[in-house]
Design a protein around this ligand. Structure first.
Ligand code: AVJ
Length: 322
């Protein structure tokens, strides 16, 4: 197999942010002020997120593993062999190993915003699975799916989007992203998508506001990212982490609540003024009940859907085909 190729997904030319600074400034000066969740994931943020995934309160990864362990055999019956596996948000690469170990993958294509992590995943993968071609695309999914691949693949395709990260997209944007995956698929191909659903209120809130304060540190760290990116002057000690469940929208919202009236220089001449208890939104994490998850997938053009779950849990792993 040849050495991994790493492409860069470019943003579409129209109506897009010129750069991260412009996007951050635009969000911070909006009402309510917001910071897109992708900015949570600098090196320190990635390490904190890894720590979140091992917290007792953050049940999502455990439930997802239980579902996949229970149903992997049934899913393998439905997945193509000799496939191209497109790992959406490859992260540390660990979640794709289940499919690589099952021997159904001939080519792996990792998509991630973090180039260093992606290169490391490709390097290790190539060592561990010598029969598989490893390639990657450095890309920001909030720009849409930048997939420099022919729509007509030589091999069957599996899109793998675990972790319920689709929940960070507003529902219309989630459907649009899934439709872009659909456009790269043919009959026989599959999308395997994990979607978290609503559970008991306290359980949801604690999952995003843990006793050890790891999620609080993760959320507050985004202010360091903004300071570095813009040359802004946020004081993280002047904010408090808050997680609320917005029942009407069925989403967890992470906020940074201003502890007193303050004026923050954004490093561009612009100033953000916040009153005490005003907040900045840093994340929406949608909790889609099965009917809503299926609606997202059908809206994106998938009409063969299978849901895999476990009793008593709202988390679903969906296998969608066209
Ligand atoms: C990575 C988007 C799936 O929404 O549960 C975890 C991120 N935020 N704790 C989620 C997150 C706070 C996570 N996703």
């Amino acid at each position: 197999q040849h050495a991994p190729r790493v492409a860069h997904g470019a943003p579409p030319s129209t109506l897009q942010w010129r750069d991260a600074c412009q996007e951050l400034r635009w969000g911070l000066l909006a009402t309510p002020p917001s910071i897109a969740p992708k900015f949570l994931y600098d090196a320190h943020g990635c390490a904190l997120y890894e720590a979140i995934t091992t917290l007792p309160e953050y049940h999502l990864p455990r439930v997802e593993r239980a579902i996949l362990d229970r149903h992997q055999g049934a899913m393998l019956q439905l997945l193509p062999r000799g496939a191209e596996l497109i790992d959406i948000g490859s992260g540390d690469g660990a979640k794709a190993r289940r499919w690589l170990d099952a021997g159904i993958v001939r080519r792996y294509i990792g998509l991630d915003i973090a180039e260093d992590w992606l290169r490391e995943v490709l390097r290790r993968g190539r060592q561990r699975y010598p029969g598989v071609q490893f390639d990657g695309v450095v890309t920001d999914l909030t720009w849409g799916l930048q997939l420099p691949l022919p729509r007509e693949a030589e091999r069957p395709r599996i899109f793998w989007y675990p972790g319920s990260s689709i929940g960070n997209f507003e529902p219309a944007a989630a459907t649009a992203l899934l439709a872009q995956m659909r456009a790269h698929m043919r009959p026989g191909d599959a999308l395997v998508l994990a979607v978290d659903g609503p559970v008991e209120h306290a359980r949801m809130v604690h999952a995003y506001d843990d006793a050890a304060g790891v999620t609080a540190a993760f959320n507050l760290n985004v202010l360091n990212v903004v300071n570095r990116t813009l040359g802004a002057s946020f004081d993280a000690t002047a904010f408090r982490h808050r997680a609320v469940f917005n029942a009407e929208a069925s989403r967890i919202e992470m906020h940074l609540v201003s502890q007193h009236a303050q004026a923050i220089a954004l490093g561009t001449g612009q100033v953000l003024r916040l009153q005490a208890s005003e907040h900045i939104v840093t994340e929406h994490s949608y909790k889609h009940a099965p009917a809503r998850a299926e609606q997202l997938l059908r809206g994106a053009g998938f009409d063969q859907l299978q849901r895999f779950g476990i009793d008593g849990e709202a988390y679903g792993v969906y296998l969608a085909r066209i």
